[in-house]
Design a protein around this ligand. Structure first.
Ligand SMILES: NC(=O)c1ccc[n+]([C@@H]2O[C@H](COP(=O)([O-])OP(=O)(O)OC[C@H]3O[C@@H](n4cnc5c(N)ncnc54)[C@H](OP(=O)(O)O)[C@@H]3O)[C@@H](O)[C@H]2O)c1
Length: 351
C-alpha cells in the first residue's frame, strides 16, 4: 500500500508553482494545496490546475468576492498537512515558521532565500543532494540551497571526490540573471555587484573545508545564471580537460554541452522542446570554453535558475520524510523529472 504524505506548498510564485506541478503527479504525495496571498492571475492559474487554494483567513471573503473559489485559510491547510514546503518570498519563511509551523509542530522545507545563521535563521542545515542528502533524514526543518548554491555543490563535489587535496582553491564569478521569465519587474540596464554574496557561506555549510571565494554580478537577462569556476591545483600536475569532464559524465542533473552560444540558447531550447515550465532542471557544462591553463582549470556552466531546486526539493522530501537511500531517491526523482532522458536530448541538441 502506498503511504501518502500530505504536502502543503506555502507560496505560489516562480518556485511554488513549479513545485506544485511536480509534486501533484507524485503518487506518494497528496498535495493539500497551495497558498496565495495576493489576488492576481496566479489564483486563476492555480484553480485551473485543480489545486486547492488557501489564503490568509482575513482575505477569504475578498478572494470569494472576486469570484475565486478558495478552499480555506492557510492555517487550516498547515493543520491538515504532514509537511510544509515553504516557497515564500525571500525572508517570509521565518515568520511562517514562528507563527504557523512551530506552534502546530509541522516539519518544513525552506527555500534558499531564507537565513541559515543569525536571529532569523530557519534551520540548522542547508541541503545539497550531491553532498549531504543523508544528513536531512528525519529532520524537522531544512533549507534547500538556492539555485546557485545547488549548482555549485553539484559541480564542486565530483571534483573534490576525484582530485581531493590537489585542489588548492575554488573561485567562482557568478553572473546572475536579473529576473525570471514570468517576473513582471523591469530588467534594469546595468551590471550590479553584490557586496556580500551569501553563496560562499551557504556552500561552506555543506562543504566546510572548501577554500571557496564567490563574487556575484547581476546582468540584464532573464535567461539563467552562468558560473565561471576557477579551480586551482597545488601540485603542478594538472588534469586534462577530458579527465575533468569525466567527473560529470554520470552525474545526476549535469549536462555536458558544446554548441550553445549563450544561456538564452539553452533556455529557448528547453521551451521549444516542451520541457515543463521551460526548465532543464540542471546545470550545463559548456565544454567548448572549458580550459586548462597552467595551474588552473576554468569551468563555465549555466544554471537553470528556476528549475534547479525543484528536483532538489523532491529529493529532500525523500530524505526527510521517507528516509530513503540516495540511490533510491535519485531513481524516483529521475522517474518524475526524466532528468537522464532530458540530459541526453540536450547533449544531442548541443553536441
Ligand atoms: N526564482 C528563482 O529562480 C529561485 C531559485 C531558487 C530559490 N529561490 C527561492 O525560493 C523562494 C521563493 O522565490 P520565488 O522566486 O518563487 O519568489 P516569488 O516568485 O516572488 O514568489 C513568492 C511567493 O511568496 C508568496 N508570499 C507572500 N507572502 C508570503 C508569506 N507570508 N508566506 C508564504 N508565501 C508568501 C507570494 O504570494 P502572492 O503572489 O500571492 O503575493 C508569492 O507567491 C525564495 O526564498 C527564493 O530565494 C528562487
Amino acid at each position: 500500500m502506498v503511504v501518502l504524505v500530505r504536502v502543503f506548498i506555502n507560496g505560489y510564485g516562480n518556485i511554488g508553482r513549479r513545485l506544485a506541478s511536480a509534486l501533484a503527479v507524485d503518487k506518494e504525495i497528496q498535495l493539500v494545496g497551495v497558498a496565495k496571498y495576493s489576488i492576481d492571475d496566479k489564483v486563476k492559474e492555480a484553480l485551473e490546475n485543480h489545486y486547492d487554494v488557501y489564503v490568509p483567513k482575513e482575505a477569504i471573503s475578498s478572494f470569494k468576492e472576486q469570484g475565486y473559489n478558495v478552499t480555506g485559510s492557510i492555517q487550516e491547510a498547515v493543520e491538515h498537512c504532514d509537511l510544509v514546503v515553504d516557497a515564500a518570498k525571500e525572508g517570509a519563511g521565518y515568520d511562517n515558521k514562528k507563527n504557523l509551523y512551530e506552534p502546530m509542530n509541522k516539519p518544513a522545507i525552506f527555500q534558499g532565500g531564507e537565513e541559515r545563521n543569525g536571529d532569523r535563521a530557519v534551520a540548522d542545515m542547508i541541503h545539497n543532494s550531491r553532498v549531504n542528502y543523508d544528513r536531512a533524514a528525519g529532520r524537522t526543518y531544512v533549507i534547500q540551497g538556492s539555485c546557485n548554491v545547488s549548482g555549485m555543490g553539484r559541480v564542486m563535489q565530483p571534483l573534490i571526490q576525484k582530485f581531493g587535496d590537489r585542489i588548492k582553491r575554488f573561485d567562482i564569478e557568478l553572473v546572475r540573471r536579473w529576473a525570471d521569465l514570468e517576473d513582471t519587474k523591469a530588467v534594469k540596464d546595468s551590471i550590479e555587484w553584490d557586496r556580500d554574496p551569501h553563496h560562499q557561506d551557504d556552500v561552506k555549510d555543506f562543504i566546510p573545508n572548501a577554500n571557496l571565494y564567490v563574487d556575484a554580478f547581476k546582468v540584464p537577462s532573464r535567461m539563467m545564471h552562468l558560473h565561471q569556476m576557477f579551480v586551482r591545483f597545488s601540485d603542478g600536475v594538472m588534469p586534462t580537460k577530458d579527465e575533468i569532464l569525466e567527473c560529470f559524465r554520470n552525474e545526476f542533473g549535469v549536462a555536458i554541452i558544446a554548441s550553445a552560444k549563450g544561456t538564452g540558447d539553452v533556455r529557448k531550447k528547453a521551451l521549444e522542446l516542451g520541457f515543463p515550465h521551460g526548465d532543464t532542471n540542471m546545470v550545463h557544462i559548456h565544454h567548448d570554453i572549458l580550459r586548462v591553463q597552467e595551474d588552473t582549470a576554468k569551468i563555465a556552466y549555466s544554471d537553470d535558475q528556476t528549475g534547479m531546486v525543484i528536483p532538489e526539493n523532491h529529493l529532500l522530501i525523500q530524505s526527510m520524510v521517507f528516509r530513503r537511500s540516495r540511490d533510491e531517491a535519485i531513481k524516483r526523482a529521475d522517474n518524475l523529472f526524466q532528468m537522464n532522458k532530458r540530459r541526453e536530448i540536450l547533449e544531442e541538441e548541443f553536441k
